[in-house]
Structure formats: C-alpha cells, structure tokens
Design a binder for this molecule. Sequence first.
Ligand SMILES: [Ca+2]
Ligand SMILES: [Ca+2]
Length: 324
Amino acid sequence: MKKSKILAAVASALLTASTVPMLVYAESDGTAPAAGAGDTSSTAASTDPTTTTGAADTTEPSTDHSTEPSTEPSTEPQPVVYKVTFLGFEGEEIAVMNVEEGAAIDYSLVDTSVLHKHLSVDTEREFYQWDIQPETATADVTIHALSQTAVISHTGEPKTTVYNRKSGSVDISGLNVFITLTTQTPEKDADGNYIVTESTVEITSSCTASPATLDEAFKNSDTAAITVLPIGDTKPILKYTIKYERGIGDVDGNGLVDGVDASAILVYNANATDESAEKIPAAEMPYWDVNNDGLVDGADASLVLKYQAELSDNPDTTWATILS
Ligand SMILES: [Ca+2]
Ligand SMILES: [Ca+2]
C-alpha cells in the first residue's frame, strides 16, 4: 500500500515535470509571431531543428512534445494492486492486504491468534489452516480461516479417594481423559459447509492432579480437593475430594508407615513383660497389631518394614497384598 502510494507520487511528479517544457514551448510558440522569426528559431532550434521549416510546422513538434513526455510515465509498468482479504471462522474480516500483482502474500502478517477462543471450559477452538493459500496475488482474493476445535472429555473416576498415607502421589488411575479434535478441511459439502475430520486421542498420561502429592494435599487437613488438569493447562477436567484415614502400621499416626513405626513396635514388645509399662489403648491396637493376631511383636515390625519397602517400589501397594 505504501509502495503504491510512493509510485503514484513519482508518476505524478513525472507528469508535472513533462508539462513544464510543454508550457515553456507553448509560450515561446505563442510569442513567436509577435516577437519575430529570430526569437522563434532560436527557441525552436534549441529544441527541434524541424520547427524552422515554418509556422505551421511548429505546432507539430509542440503536440509531439506534449504527448511524448506524458506517455513516458505511462509506458512504465504501473503496479496492479490486488486486495487480499482474510476472513475468520464466522466470515468476519481479520485482515486485508493490498498486494502488488505477482508479489508474495505474506501470511505471517495475519494475526491468527485472535481466532483462538475457549468456547466453554471443555472446548477450545483455534486457527488450523487457510482454505486456499496462493503464493502470489493474481486477482482480488478472499481467504478463509479453517478451524481446529478441541473438546476434552473423560470417562471413569479416580478409584482411590481414601489414602492411609500422607506420602507419595495422588493417584488418578481409573480416570480416562480424551481429547477430540475436529478439523475443518478446505473441501465443502453439498450445503457449502467445510467438511471436517475428527480424531480422538487419550491424554490421561498428559494429565496431572493438583496438588500432585499427598503430603501437600493433606498438609493442613485430612480431606483435600483435587483438580485434574492437562499438563500445562489451567482448565480443570475434573474436581474430586480425597480423604486421609490413618492406616495400620502407622503407630505414631504421622501418615507414614516406616522404620519409626517398626522401632516403636519392637520397643513396646521388648517392654511387654514390664508390668509398669504403658499399655496400648484398645482403639490404637489395629495400628500396632498389623497382622491382627492379638500380639504386638517382631512379626508386626517386619510387616511394617516390608510394607514400607513394597510401597517405595509400587505406590499402589496395599496392606491387603502384604498380608495375603
Ligand atoms: Ca508412622
Ligand atoms: Ca501382631
């Protein structure tokens, strides 16, 4: 656009310049009869020797002169400028370019990010491609943006909502998350609508729980609200609540089943014969007597250590598998 304006200005300047000699010539030509032949011949000779042949002839060069310079600029190729219009998904104009004939259309100048929209919490739409993409302008042209729409959906629920521990990760297994992509193609159906292709991909492994760890989730409370989101996104897929319940083997009730609990069991067992030693309250016994045989002894301590070791290898480890 700027270029064509500049060229127009240059052409105008050339036309103005061409009229100057013509006017000068006309003036001298007009004054010729009054001022005398000498005057005329001197002016004419300096421009065109043929004008000396007679007064009638002097009009010829003057018309020649007036047409010659004025045709010069028009013989230079005037750039043909075409209008390239870019439309959004609803036919709204998002960009217009004036492109000279044969010049490359610079698609990078069109800001397609304006087309990106969250249509709902689960649905996002963005620019995918242009319906046509001519490299150069050969005529006025309208180019349509084609969309890609992503819908996130899920099946199932996280199966673990009660934890006996405050360590490890929040487990979202049981939940399956999918993303369905609907992409417009440049081809149209009988009704004039763009034909779409659809594909569904499971993205569960690209989803994360927030908070992601149990120690963070249960830091201040034994219940916690968990949000599942695609990694790097902020739009929740699902929200649910998890709960901490003190589990067997956790004799000190700190949410961990570890060597500290095993030691406490062994110390208690060592002092079991001491009549003055403090007895475990009945309500506490399930946490100490891990194998539920009525005794708090080395067998329970061993099971605590076994559970701790198994859990570090496999976060899905449960007491049921240890005790079976
Ligand atoms: Ca513990
Ligand atoms: Ca026991």
